[in-house]
Design a protein around this ligand. Sequence first.
Ligand code: DOR
Ligand code: ZN
Length: 350
Amino acid sequence: MRDTTLTELSIRRPDDWHLHLRDGAMLAGVIGDTSRHFARAIIMPNLVPPVVTTDDAAGYRQRILDALPQGDRFEPLMTLYLTEHTNPDDVEAGHRSGLIRAVKLYPAGATTNSHSGVRDLAKVMPVLERMAKIGLTLCVHGEVTTPEIDIFDREAVFIETVLDPLRERLPELRITMEHVTTKDGVDYIRTAKANLAGSITTHHLIINRNAILVGGIRPHYYCLPVAKREEHRLALREAATSGDAHFFLGTDSAPHADPLKECGCGCAGIYTSINTMSCLAHVFEEEGALDRLEAFTSLHGPAWYGLPPNEERIRLLRRDTPVVFPARRDTGAGPVTVFDPMFPLYWDVA
Ligand code: DOR
Ligand code: ZN
């Protein structure tokens, strides 16, 4: 139920615990939309070629810092792309230097630029064992990619056949199940005793699979994991707004130039960096949980990653008339359509 009396909110500056910034002209075009509101973000390593070594991550971090708009302060939290050739010593050195905050597991073929991902988990066990020993977090794209499995079941099957056995085998390994999209995921994380947390995107709180398919194919609502049925969206909303510290924001904002989405085989990814805070305030207001927005965007994530919450604050204001966001972000790599939540947004970051 909406609390219509609340029109102003001050929260600690948020962080984004799952973000795609790309590189080059795209990076330059989108970074300002994140650094305007967010203090830090976990940066996804699925560039072409991927960020696989500590050296790669150091170079990429510098390119991100160089692309920041003048005066913006933003800390990229770097990750490594796990491959079957990843060297545990390099991972440990990167972690000890403070540069590497997590390692990302993409099952091969699961999503954009994931062909260098992991085919056989046994091959990366030495890296995972080292990570468990040094306390470095594994971020997982939790979907199986076997062709027999229906795309809407990929997450549930991943939990049963990959995640749960892995946690049994290596209970000390800290795992972030990223962009949870199902009630199965929510329930699994909620009942985990230790060493498991989940990030939730902005768009999965807002759309279900109808958004992609009803009335025509709408490529700008296509992402991976794909949005599921309404019951799953409701479970995600409940988890995000519940105050449960297992759950925090990871936008998975993933820019692709429009021609790469509006074609016969469009890329997966939704661009939400620019209006995420407005969308989230709307969702939390609808759920009568504005008092828990800060926990989701600014407290649970740092606690999980062992970092202090940001001291700086941002102010959200509820306007009388809708806040207008551009339909597209123009970048040197082409126009990127901005996520349209399909309802007017009244909350604005002051
Ligand atoms: O929708 C997605 N887009 N999901 C991912 O996992 C990757 C991302 C991308 O890089 O475009
Ligand atoms: Zn992602």
